[in-house]
Design a protein around this ligand. Structure first.
Ligand SMILES: CC(=O)SCCNC(=O)CCNC(=O)[C@H](O)C(C)(C)COP(=O)(O)OP(=O)(O)OC[C@H]1O[C@@H](n2cnc3c(N)ncnc32)[C@H](O)[C@@H]1OP(=O)(O)O
Length: 198
């Protein structure tokens, strides 16, 4: 596996891949000063058209940057799923997606491409998680929640059953979301209120 982005997020992905017996052959990063991360060689900037022998994961936490890179790079994408995550046999996970330690995906949860399901997050039955979303550590999505493309759910947020959150939203850490949220909204607090649009 190759990674794109020598970030803190990449460190966690390296741990997940190595603990599942997969090796990381190298990291691409635009910063010419970076030479290695967690003992993995930094290979420099990814060149368009470069032929990769192994799949790639974009190891960048920012959803918009991850989306932009994925749209530019027609390569084969891998997944990193921690062996301590619990996935229902009926849950689905798209390419490029990372499911971190202690995360839970319940029955018929559908997780899109290049998503981050972070440490200890729970995604309950029938949830739909759009491409490029991020469910931060400890967030709880109850049953039948839908999260739009590129939306960021903050750490420890709770979304009650059936709520629909639009595209490219930001839900604050610790928020309790009890009503649908429109595209591009930033919502915080308990019960969550929209404070602005991004
Ligand atoms: C492994 C990892 O680390 S994964 C990363 C996990 N990271 C997170 O969960 C962080 C989630 N991010 C947040 O909660 C952020 O505060 C955001 C995205 C909601 C808002 O960020 P910004 O747009 O920079 O908002 P800003 O800091 O200017 O705050 C705007 C207002 O909202 C309030 N606010 C911001 N975040 C929250 C929150 N989580 N809960 C309650 N109020 C909040 C601020 O106090 C401020 O109020 P004021 O105008 O009355 O002073």
């Amino acid at each position: 596996m190759y990674l794109y982005g020598a970030s803190g997020h990449a460190k966690v992905i390296i741990d997940i891949l190595q603990s599942t017996g997969l090796s990381v052959s190298g990291l691409f990063d635009d910063n010419p000063d970076l030479k290695e991360l967690c003992g993995i060689k930094v290979l420099g900037k990814f060149k368009l058209g470069q032929d990769l022998q192994e799949p790639l994961i974009i190891s960048i936490g920012n959803n918009r940057i991850r989306a932009r890179i994925a749209q530019q790079l027609p390569v084969k994408y891998g997944q990193a799923i921690s062996k301590t995550a619990i996935l229902s046999p009926s849950a689905t996970v798209g390419e490029g997606t990372v499911v971190m330690q202690g995360a839970i995906l319940q029955a018929e949860a559908q997780v899109g491409r290049h998503v981050i399901i972070n440490t200890g997050a729970t995604v309950d039955h029938d949830c739909l998680i759009g491409d490029f979303a991020h469910v931060s550590p400890g967030a709880v999505l109850c049953g039948n929640v839908s999260v739009g493309e590129g939306t960021w759910i903050g750490a420890g947020a709770v979304v009650i059953p059936g709520v629909k959150i639009g595209k490219w939203c930001q839900i604050g850490a610790g928020a309790v979301v009890i009503r649908d949220i429109p595209d591009n909204a930033v919502a915080v607090g308990n019960p969550s209120k929209i404070i602005k649009y991004c």
